[in-house]
Ligand binder design. Structure first.
Ligand code: COA
Length: 181
């Protein structure tokens, strides 16, 4: 938790208060949170994190972040892919999220998973009255969603191979496997 909060302070203008995380983590039925960690001997540092809520057929991504000094290395893609698999395994069919309209890096990442902008919430962010862009995935059961997911998986694996690291504890097959429906 302290490491997540440290990252949040670096990357968000309005980080979540500490008790928000406690509240989230105690909602075990519907909330799911993960961290991406670099294993020792390289330090054991937390690199990124993310979370979602599952509500009926929908998974709502509540937060995602990567350490400021490790952004744009493909780590956000790993966290986001892991969240999509988690949402699917929790029984969601669709995934939705909001992003600040100015947050083009995040929006590009979601578009890279074929998410589409379907609306705008005017003045949604209270700190600067910025609009929120609302994005949705296609059905996670659709061939198109699966194809794009598999392409992202291939990038994640190629990147791990190139940089010589293993993706321990990360099972992304749920959405890519032939038997997943
Ligand atoms: C958004 C965020 C999680 C993405 O993580 P990341 O590790 O930087 O992203 P990745 O390296 O995995 O890149 C995935 C895609 O995102 C987009 N992207 C991410 N960072 C980018 C940058 N600095 N410039 C341009 N595109 C970028 C690109 O489309 C990229 O695909 P590419 O590799 O084909 O160019 C990260 O930038 C972050 O923590 N930002 C601050 C917090 C935040 O905005 N969270 C989202 C709230 S909605």
């Amino acid at each position: 938790m302290p490491q997540v909060q440290e990252i949040e302070r670096q990357i968000f203008s309005s980080p979540w208060p500490r008790n928000a995380y406690f509240r989230e983590l105690s909602s075990r039925n519907s909330a799911y949170y993960i961290v991406l960690r670099q294993d020792p001997p390289d330090g054991g540092d937390l690199l990124g994190y993310g979370g979602l809520w599952r509500m009926h057929d929908e998974a709502h991504v509540t937060t995602i972040g990567v350490r400021h000094d490790r952004q744009h290395e493909g780590l956000g893609r790993i966290v986001f892919a892991a969240l999509l698999v988690a949402g699917f395994k929790l029984g969601a069919k669709w995934v939705t999220l909001e992003a600040r309209a100015s947050n083009l890096n995040a929006i590009r990442m979601y578009e890279g998973f074929d998410f589409k902008v379907i609306g705008r919430r005017r003045g949604y962010y209270t700190d600067n009255a910025e609009d929120a862009i609302v994005m949705w995935s296609d059905s996670m059961y659709s061939g198109r969603f699966r194809r794009v997911f598999v392409e992202n998986l291939a990038r994640i694996e190629a990147q791990a191979h190139e940089h010589g690291y293993d993706l321990l504890g990360l099972n992304l097959d749920g959405l890519a496997g032939k038997d997943s429906g």
